[in-house]
Design a protein around this ligand. Structure first.
Ligand SMILES: [Fe+2]
Length: 345
């Protein structure tokens, strides 16, 4: 069956952003019957660019995205094949797994692609997005302390140690570098005991995977020395959050994880409640939304820490102010530094 023409065209643009060249080896990884249309379109797009693509399909494990039990685990021949490429297109979600690290540390760059086509198309990135994200990364790397406030009552401080600063801009053209399509945003983590204050998840803010819903009443989190010590209010969503975190029976589930802000002017805050495609989304709109703060809880291994609890929540907050060592980066959700702004926004 011929791959969908519009999809091939879109995927070709993405591969061009990834600077795919003639002769490059492209490994496209899928599981079961999931996103087979994407695999076929990537094959066709890579071939158009003169690259040398192959499609590697493994059996799907139930509930394998996201998390440690991904479908590639234990498939040594497949892992070896992917190590021996220049670019891996991950259509299954290896994210934060040892398989991902094994592959990228052998040299290939890797691109995660799991969002619906509507989101991939609307949020297709550009060299200018990369420039703005890299400007943010330079500023965040210098910072010793971040403070986030909001009209709803958030006032929390992160003291930084030596954890990684990660910039995502939706494509990758450097050996060993991981990125996800789509989404332009950046993040890091504080010292493990270095977060104190209050975070108010306000009405209209989001609880992403596994909830994928908006909050209808403010939830107030009290944070002491890097741990959430109280979850108050929030009506239905507050009750869900308390029960969910408790169900892990793991004190490390209450740790504070990565923190950062979004720079993607094409992300939509209302997408999750307005588009049928949202049913298949992992929530990149919320994560990358222009001028958001992405607060999160649980593990910090992705920034170089030691907490590998399986309770991880990404919680995009809208309309916050954010300061790095006293310098204002966001004012009520508006990006202040010129080098990170989209003109007119
Ligand atoms: Fe996260």
């Amino acid at each position: 069956m011929a791959a969908d023409k519009a999809m091939v065209e879109l995927f070709r643009k993405e591969l061009e952003l990834c600077k795919v060249k003639s002769g490059e080896r492209i490994g496209i990884l899928s599981e079961g019957r999931v996103r087979i249309d994407y695999a076929e379109a990537f094959l066709a797009a890579a071939q158009e660019l003169g690259a040398d693509p192959f499609h590697l399909n493994v059996l799907k494990r139930p509930g394998s995205f996201p998390g440690p039990g991904n479908s590639l685990r234990g498939h040594h021949a497949a892992i070896e094949a992917l190590k021996n490429t220049d670019l891996v297109i991950d259509l299954i979600g290896l994210i934060w797994s040892k398989e991902q690290t094994a592959i990228t540390s052998a040299g290939p760059r890797m691109l995660l692609v799991v969002e619906p086509i509507e989101v991939l198309s609307r949020m297709l990135s550009s060299p200018d997005s990369r420039r703005r994200v890299e400007a943010g990364v330079r500023i965040l790397k210098e910072a010793r302390e971040m403070r986030v406030t909001s009209p709803g009552g958030t006032d929390v401080t992160y003291r930084f140690g030596n954890f990684k600063v990660v910039g995502q801009y939706g494509f990758t053209d450097e050996p060993g570098r991981w990125d996800a399509w789509p989404g332009s945003f950046l993040w890091t983590g504080a010292r493990e005991d270095g977060v104190d204050g209050t975070v108010v998840i306000d009405a209209g803010d989001m609880l992403l995977d596994p909830f994928m819903r908006y909050v209808s009443a403010p939830i107030t989190l009290t944070i002491r020395a890097g741990l959430i010590t109280e979850i108050a209010g929030g009506g239905l969503e507050g009750a869900l959050l308390r029960d969910y975190m408790k169900s892990f029976r793991d004190p490390r589930a209450y740790a504070v994880s990565h923190i950062g802000w979004g720079l993607d002017e094409n992300a939509s805050w209302t997408f999750m409640s307005t588009s049928p495609a949202a049913a298949h989304s992992v929530g990149q709109d919320g994560r990358a939304y222009y001028g958001n703060v992405l607060f999160s809880t649980g593990p910090n291994i992705e920034v170089g820490g030691s907490n590998d609890t399986e309770c991880h929540l990404d919680i995009p907050l809208k309309g916050c102010s954010l300061f790095l060592d006293g310098r204002q980066i966001l004012k009520d959700g508006v990006i202040i530094p010129e080098e990170m702004r989209v003109p007119g926004r």
